[in-house]
Structure formats: C-alpha cells, structure tokens
Design a binder for this molecule. Structure first.
Ligand code: PMP
Length: 401
C-alpha cells in the first residue's frame, strides 16, 4: 500500500477549477468567463507583436547564455520596473530609496513581500479588502501574517463602501499592513476615486498603517500606464514607505512566463540597502533565483523608446476592447429589458465585472447556457467578444427572470 494512502482528494482551486469544468463541457456554445486571461475578438489568446519582436531579438543575440541570474533577478529589469510603477521622475528612485527584486509574477512578488514582512516588520496583521482575489488570504497566511478584512464593496450600490472602508482602517491597530489593489480591483472592478484615494492616504499615514500595493493590471484598466499607477504614486510622493507587487501577466500578456517585481520604497538609501540584503535571504531558500526569459523580454521592451511606445499602443487596444465589451453587454441587457439596474457593468473597470448574480444564478447559467464563471458572479470581460455577448445576455436575462 502507498505510504500516501491516507492523503485525501483536495478541492479544485475555486478560480482555476472553473477552467477544469469548462474543458470537460462538450457544448459548442460553451463560454469560459472564469479565468482572467485576455482573449481576442476571435476568442484566442494574444501574444503582443512587441513581445514577439523582443523574443526574436533575444534569440538572434548569440552572446546571450543561460547562466543563472542573481538572487534578485535581472538588474535592468528591476530598474525599469521601478520606473514603470513609480514614474520616470520619481524622487524615491533618484534618492536610491527603492529596492526592487524580480519575482515570479504577481503571486511570487506578494509572497516574497509577505515573507519579508513576517520576518522583519513589527506588526503581523494584514488587512485585505472584502472581497478580494481568492489567493490573497492564502498567500499571506502561509507566509505567517495574520489576515483581517476591511469593508470594500457595497452590494446594494455595487460600488465602493467608502465609509465602511474608512471606519475599518480607522479601527485597525497602528502599524498594521493594508493590502490595496492599485487599480482594477479584483473581483469587484470598483476602484476609489482620486479624492477617495487621497482620504485613504491621509488616514493611513496618520495611523502609520503600512501600504502594500498589489498592481496586477497597470495600463490594463484605463489603457494608460501612468493613470493606473496614480494611487501608488500618491503614497510615494508623500515621502512615506510602501510596498508594491507588480505583475506583467496581464499588461504584457506574459502569463506563463511568470514575470513580476517586488519593490519596497524606504525612507533612506541606507535602509533600502539593508532591506535588499534581507530580501535575498528570503528568496534564496525558496527558489534560488528567478527565470531569465520573461524578464529579458520585459527589459528589452521597456528600455527601447520605440518598443515601449508600441507596447503602450497594444496595451491600450486590449483595455479598449474590454471597455467596449462592457458597453456591448450593457446595451444587450437594456435591449432585452432585463430587469434591474446594470449600469455597474459600464462603471466598473478592469478585467472583471462583478455582476451581482448569486451562486444559484451562476449555477443555472452554467447548466443551461454552458457559461462558466466563479460562483461569486464575477465574469472576465476579457473572455467576451461581440460574437458571444448575445449568448451571455440571454443567459443573464433568463437567470434573473
Ligand atoms: N493580484 C491580483 C489582484 C490578481 O488578479 C492577480 C491575477 N489574477 C495576481 C495578483 C497575480 O497574478 P500573477 O501571479 O499571474 O501575476
């Protein structure tokens, strides 16, 4: 008998499990709106032209070898990533107060950050929004932090519960860590306005709460890389400290390359140097050093003016297609006279719409219409196309009437 005979079958991941169920479905009209990966109008995955170009350049450069990267990753990539998120003229960068390490996409960046905080920060409690990306509580708990939530979403308005948010952060113990989605909040698609961000910043700084930004969608939300980094830059501009996890999965379409960066903005260059030395001790026993290919693609694109421009144009096209899907779905529901107010579909931003459909309505849509999504009613707008909008609108209409 196996020494593992007592191992019990684990449940599927709630998000990735949606795709497992979808793959088993034989229906020709099946539609996967579960996983957050961009699809073209034809429903196909997209590799950006600028990424193909960068890969070609890398392949043709025979001086490139397959040696290990340093523990902290590709130096160019780290510098360029910090510039991308904090801004080209960020004083924090100029003052050498930022340490950036290449990590395994957004998830790996969050994990490295969490491990660092668990070892070196005095307050072990992290507040995450309610709801949030399903992996957040697991990543932080396993790193040794204690997870609490703050109110974020108001189901009755399908918008931000701003007073609840301020009240909960106001009651958090001084020094607590607060996870903030930099833009395109997942799963709700609801972001604070600039004025609200400013109030959050003031409250957090006055209570010495430590901001940990998760930036998985820079440029993907509005189509503008700077606009989508505005929240983070407000917190850096006040001279205070913060952490940021960056992912290139969505905005460069590099999902499977696992390329991301983790940064800590410190008060002084001296602190930043010591912090980086400890980040290496966090990383080394986890995976030694990060992979070279994805980071090389990103660095190639970010350091060349023309390629950077080409990327921002392709990125905006992805964001615009998603925004147009919102409008098309909203129009289709209006045309059907579907009961209820669906304006949140066009008000929300980013990859997802939090439809407000409940678990049994979701189950109904899967069973009768072969439409797959997470049970909280979140749909990926990036998985939708002009061709599939009518089918989805029919399904939503049937589910609510
Ligand atoms: N944070 C949020 C809010 C996300 O939505 C995602 C992707 N679904 C991630 C982090 C991390 O993704 P990845 O590890 O693929 O970069």
């Amino acid at each position: 008998d196996s020494v593992f005979a007592s191992v019990v079958q684990a449940p599927e991941d709630p998000i990735l499990g949606v795709t497992v169920a979808y793959n088993k479905d034989q229906s020709p009209v099946k539609l996967n709106l579960g996983v957050g990966a961009y699809r073209t109008e034809e429903g196909k995955p997209l590799v950006l032209n600028v990424v193909r170009k960068a890969e070609q350049m890398l392949v043709n450069d025979h001086s490139r070898v397959k040696e290990y990267l340093p523990i902290t990753g590709l130096a160019d990539f780290n510098k360029l990533s910090a510039k991308l998120i904090f801004g080209a003229n960020s004083p924090a960068i100029q003052e050498n107060r930022v340490t950036t390490v290449q990590c395994l996409s957004g998830t790996g960046s969050l994990r490295v950050g969490a491990e660092f905080l668990a070892r070196h920060y005095h307050e072990k409690t992290i507040y995450i929004p309610q709801p949030t990306w399903g992996n957040h509580p697991k990543v932080f708990t396993l790193a040794g932090l204690s997870v609490k939530t703050y109110r974020y979403y108001n189901p009755s308005t399908r918008g931000l519960d701003f007073s609840g948010l301020l009240e909960d952060l106001g009651n958090a113990p001084s020094g607590a860590i607060v996870l903030l989605h930099a833009c395109a909040h997942n799963p709700t698609g609801v972001d604070p306005t600039s004025d609200q961000w400013e109030q959050i910043r003031q409250l957090m700084r006055s209570k010495e709460l430590l901001p940990f930004f998760d930036s998985a969608y820079q440029g993907f939300a509005s189509g503008n890389l700077d606009a989508d980094a505005e929240s983070i830059r407000m917190f850096v501009a006040d001279g205070g400290e913060c952490l940021a996890a960056q992912s290139y999965a969505k905005n460069m379409g590099l999902y499977g390359e696992r390329v991301g960066a983790f940064s800590i903005v410190c008060k002084t260059a001296d602190v930043a140097t010591r912090v980086e030395s400890q980040l290496k001790l966090v990383i080394r026993p986890m995976y030694s050093n990060p992979p070279i290919h994805g980071a090389s693609i990103v660095a190639t694109i970010l350091k060349d003016g023309d390629m950077y421009t080409e990327w921002s144009v392709e990125l905006k096209a992805m964001a615009d297609r998603i925004i147009s899907m919102r409008q098309q779905l909203y129009d289709a529901l209006c045309a059907r006279g579907t009961p209820g107010d669906w304006s949140h579909i066009i008000k929300q931003i980013g990859m997802f719409t939090f439809t407000g459909l409940n678990t049994s309505q979701v189950a109904f849509m899967t069973k009768e219409y072969h439409i797959y999504m997470t049970s909280d009613g979140r749909i990926s707008m990036a998985g939708l196309s002009s061709r599939t909008v009518p089918h989805l609108a029919d399904a939503i209409h049937a589910a609510v009437t």
